[in-house]
Design a protein around this ligand. Structure first.
Ligand code: PGA
Length: 249
């Protein structure tokens, strides 16, 4: 039986006061469900507000969109995994394509961040995905497997088991262009095989989410892919009633 994970990445949206209003509406439209988990990834300064509002719901949790790889030090403007945990985060997105492609985050840094998340007790959602150019060159599997290996290079194979993966093709993020269920299936199957190789099979249970222009219309067909363990959603997670509906898919 699948226990799907619905993760809403708010990116740079929703100040604390908006988030309070959002959560009021969301909670009214989304009664507790034990067969799935819904995650919220607000901006760091909004995170404590959301964390306080999901506090008494075991089916909901909050994560941070990014962390620094060091635990403390002279890194103006950054947040550590421990600070995020202290503010109420239980998950961390690592290597989101906007971190990689807008902010120049390297594969080396994703490995350091996954290790930092683990030290602080945050569950990593390791994001991988190819650009359109890489896909057209036939490089998709090679790229995502390389990104996965780099992201877990600083932790023990047995520690990979507590993480989650998200396959987000860069060309599908925020573009309205979604991978077909067949595209997602092919890449998830390749990632699953690599997880098996890295962990001596135990990692085969790691959930792999799909992300990239997911909406209420395409969510069901993507979730129907056997190896899609959940959805990582940007734009369609920004409005509370719509997000509550999507999370009931
Ligand atoms: P999108 O974003 O759903 O708006 O394409 C997904 C993501 O960036 O995680």
């Amino acid at each position: 039986m699948k226990h799907p994970i619905f993760a809403g990445n708010w990116k740079l949206n929703h100040a604390p006061a908006d988030a309070e209003q959002f959560m009021k509406v969301f909670l009214a439209h989304y009664p507790r469900r034990q067969d799935r988990t819904v995650l919220f990834f607000p901006p760091a300064l909004t995170l404590p507000t959301v964390a306080a509002l999901v506090n008494d719901r075991s089916d909901l949790a909050v994560g941070v969109q990014n962390i620094h790889w060091e635990d403390h030090g002279a890194f103006t403007g950054e947040n550590s995994a421990a600070i995020a945990h202290g503010a109420g985060a239980r998950y961390a997105l690592i290597g989101h394509s906007e971190r990689r492609h807008v902010f120049g985050e390297t594969e080396e840094q994703t490995g350091l961040k996954v290790a930092a998340a683990l030290r602080a007790g945050l569950t990593s959602i390791i994001c991988v995905g190819e650009t359109l150019e890489q896909r057209e060159r036939g490089d998709t599997v090679r790229v995502v497997v390389r990104q996965l290996r780099a992201a877990v290079s600083r932790i023990q194979p047995s520690q990979i088991i507590g993480s989650l993966l998200a396959y987000e093709p860069v060309w599908a993020i925020g573009t309205g262009r979604t991978a077909t269920p067949e595209d997602a299936d092919a890449v998830h199957t390749a990632l699953r095989a690599e997880l098996g190789a890295l962990t001596g099979d135990q990692g085969r249970a790691v959930p792999i989410l799909y992300g990239g222009s997911v909406n209420r219309i395409n969510a069901a067909s993507l979730l129907a892919v056997p190896d899609v363990g959940g959805l990582l959603v940007g734009g369609a997670s920004l409005e509370p009633e719509g997000w509550a509906t999507l999370a009931r898919t």
